[in-house]
Write a protein that binds this ligand. Structure first.
Ligand code: SF4
Length: 97
């Protein structure tokens, strides 16, 4: 077991948040997360309209493919995705209770 995995906390305390203006769909988070928290998807028209100009250009350049948090309750706060993302698009935020 990797060191980061051993140090994981109880799930459901924090969950990743993806900055839609930064994600370039490189899938590093999908590959590195030991708990299957992420999946790749395509930005909806509504999500696209909320992007900055730079975000729109970046998203268009990558076919609007981005990572999505599909199992936030499985996040063990290991931080592997935060470190792996080459765009620094992921932060961990406390889950509201
Ligand atoms: S912090 Fe760890 S468990 Fe949580 S989403 Fe990122 S890689 Fe997965």
């Amino acid at each position: 077991m990797a060191t980061a995995e051993k140090d994981c906390k109880a799930p459901g305390v924090v969950a990743p948040v993806i900055d839609r203006n930064k994600c370039e769909g490189k899938e590093d988070c999908v590959k590195v997360c030991p708990y299957g928290v992420f999946e790749m998807g395509t930005l909806s028209a509504q999500e696209r309209s909320g992007l900055s100009l730079i975000g729109k250009l970046k998203a268009w350049g990558h076919g609007y493919r981005q990572a999505y948090v599909v199992k936030p309750a499985e996040c063990h706060a290991c931080g592997l995705c935060v470190t792996a993302c080459p765009e620094k698009a992921i932060t961990l935020a406390k889950v509201a209770r």
